[in-house]
Design a protein around this ligand. Structure first.
Ligand SMILES: Cc1ncc(COP(=O)(O)O)c(C=O)c1O
Length: 392
């Protein structure tokens, strides 16, 4: 399947059939595996082959199918599936860093990612420098010979600022640092992060990959050497592996990923165009709009504006809450990438933990609303938003 187009890989990649020849991938909901004899058990513990399993925290056939399918799509040599997106971010960073190492990270991060780089890593002796991810001069100034890794979200949550993967990778590689990218907002459909220079990619597969709001999951992708020698030992011994049930749900999610994400991005573009210039809005932030300050980078890096947009209402929190409460089709929640369109008020929910000053630096104002565009009819979504803006 490796030479096939993305949609074909997403439907067939990684599939292994049991002796029954099932069409839909089997779910191996088992913790352990039976050995033919004691010698075989001993041998598996010395070295397990690709289709030989010991225990589901170490690996499982359904999870392996998921890992192979997403790795094939990303063009990665290997992948390790995790229990959540945060298990992936934590695993990717903790497995490669040790006391005395230096990490440079973009400042505009999802709250839990920021907690890892700002609170957890320094507790274990990792020095962290935070930079404005869009400012290449800050990356150049911060990355030094002892920098072990750089970390950023390729598109930030919730203000949709892009980091130039290729440029930051060149800066990092010049000093021998690895590039770790949280690629959730860019989605596996619109990303070529490895091709653009990243070494390790992490996803919260809870988002677009599940795509229907059911399971938590994550994945770390990279070279076989890095995944098996660095990531796997950390993950399998610390317990952040993906469950076979999740892997099965998300394998089915991968089958429709390309169709869903492209439809979502098309709607997001139409919604952004319909809303830009609206009297009740201070701004519409969407990387697919020519008015976005990184529109050219978005086209070069992703070929799309993505599935997320942010709008800033005149009138602060009161106006934002009135708008949220007036929506009919679009639901209020804090997830993203779902088939259902979702609105979030980041200042009071996902980014509540930040100080008012930090929120201001990141542009997370009280009037800012994040919209994750689903797969409903575009016209219904636009009607819903315009009616709610009239009411608000
Ligand atoms: C950019 C980003 N990274 C990581 C995560 C964490 O993912 P999970 O909720 O699956 O742990 C999220 C969740 O919203 C996110 O937006």
């Amino acid at each position: 399947m490796k030479d096939k187009k993305p949609r074909t890989k997403l439907v067939h990649g990684g599939t292994k059939r049991s002796q029954w020849g099932e069409v839909s991938e089997a779910i191996f909901l088992t913790q352990g595996f039976v050995y033919d004899n004691a010698e075989q058990a001993e041998q598996r513990f010395i070295k397990s082959g690709p289709d030989e399993y010991i225990y589901a925290r170490y690996g499982n056939p359904t999870v392996a199918m998921f890992e192979e399918r997403i790795a094939m799509l990303e063009g990665a040599e290997d992948a390790f599936a995790t229990a959540s997106g945060m298990a992936a971010v934590n695993g990717a960073l903790m497995s490669m860093l040790k006391a005395g190492d230096h990490l440079v990270s973009a400042r505009a991060l999802f709250g839990s990612c920021l907690y890892i780089v700002e609170d957890i890593l320094p507790r274990f002796g990792v020095e962290v420098t935070l930079v404005d991810g869009a400012d290449l001069d800050q990356w150049r100034a911060a990355v030094r010979p002892d920098t072990k890794a750089v970390f950023f979200e390729s598109m930030s949550n919730p203000t949709l600022e892009l980091v130039d993967i290729q440029a930051v990778s060149e800066i990092a590689h010049a000093q021998g640092a690895l590039v770790v990218v949280d690629n959730v907002f860019s989605t596996p459909v619109f990303s070529d992060a490895l091709g653009q220079g990243a070494d390790v990619i992490v996803y919260s597969s809870t988002k677009h990959i599940d795509g229907q709001g059911r399971t938590l999951g994550g994945v770390i992708l990279g070279t076989r050497e890095h995944i098996r020698k660095v990531v796997e030992p950390y993950m399998k011994h610390t317990g952040g592996s993906m469950s076979p049930f999740t892997a099965w749900v998300q394998l089915k999610g991968l089958e429709t990923l390309d169709l869903r994400v492209r439809a979502q991005a098309q709607s997001a573009q139409a919604i952004a165009e319909a809303l830009e210039g609206h009297a009740k809005l201070k701004q519409v932030i969407y990387p697919g709009l020519p008015s976005h300050k990184q529109a050219a980078l978005a086209q070069r890096q992703m070929g799309s504006g993505g599935t997320m947009l942010a709008i800033e209402l005149e009138g602060g929190k009161a106006a934002a809450f009135a708008f949220l409460n007036a929506l009919d089709v679009i639901v209020i929640s804090n997830n993203l990438g779902d088939a259902k369109s979702i609105v979030t008020h980041p200042a009071t929910t996902t980014h509540q933990r930040l100080s008012a000053e930090q929120r201001q630096t990141l542009g997370i104002t009280d009037g800012l609303v994040r919209l994750s565009v689903g797969i409903e009819d575009t016209d219904d979504l636009i009607d819903d938003i315009l009616t709610a803006l009239d009411t608000a």
